[in-house]
Design a protein around this ligand. Sequence first.
Ligand code: DX5
Ligand code: ZN
Length: 219
Amino acid sequence: MKYILSASILSADFANLHNEITACEKAGVDWVHIDVMDGHFVPNLTMGPFIVEACRRITKLPLDCHLMIEKPENLVEAFIKAGATNITIHPENNPTILNTLARIKSAGCKAGIAINPATPVDVIEPMIAQADLILVMTVNPGYSGQKFMPEIVEKIAKISALAKKCQTPPIIEVDGGINTDTIALVRDAGANAFVSASAIFHHPSGIAVGVEELRVSLV
Ligand code: DX5
Ligand code: ZN
């Protein structure tokens, strides 16, 4: 099976973003992961549709947009217009999530549901069939470079089992602390897409080696 590697540019050098994304593309990364944070839903403040639009001009790779924001329904149109490929939203504090997922799909984008470490699987269970992908957080969202939470592995397996029951099973993507020590662990629990920021962009030998080492860990 072909696994998807999604490079999170949160750890990229933003003074050199074009080269960093080109290096990811050359290294065989499948998606570019864009972490959108609003300083409310999470304490950090990062990028918006403007950066997505810039990335769209830099690369042909799918843009995997992870929205960690309050009221994503207000901004979803802007991300669609900016050229997002996947738009993933959180169910926490989001009573209109189903409408927003439907809107994302109707625009021809992949609609994703992200789930925080503290959120029980029951919260997303009734909506799994509505999603093209489920993004399981293995750190508390907000920053790259955090430690992987091993206690979430069981949750990945549970979500993966529920996903398999769907007519079109959603992709199971894992985000947070993914490196050569953890990637096979989450793959074995049922994940087939992997987000990584620091293991790619902060690899001491560079992006190409970082990507290659993650791929080798999946063999
Ligand atoms: C965390 C973000 C992640 C983060 C991953 O809130 O959603 O995508 O960039 O960073 P690493 O791979 O360094 O844990
Ligand atoms: Zn993310």
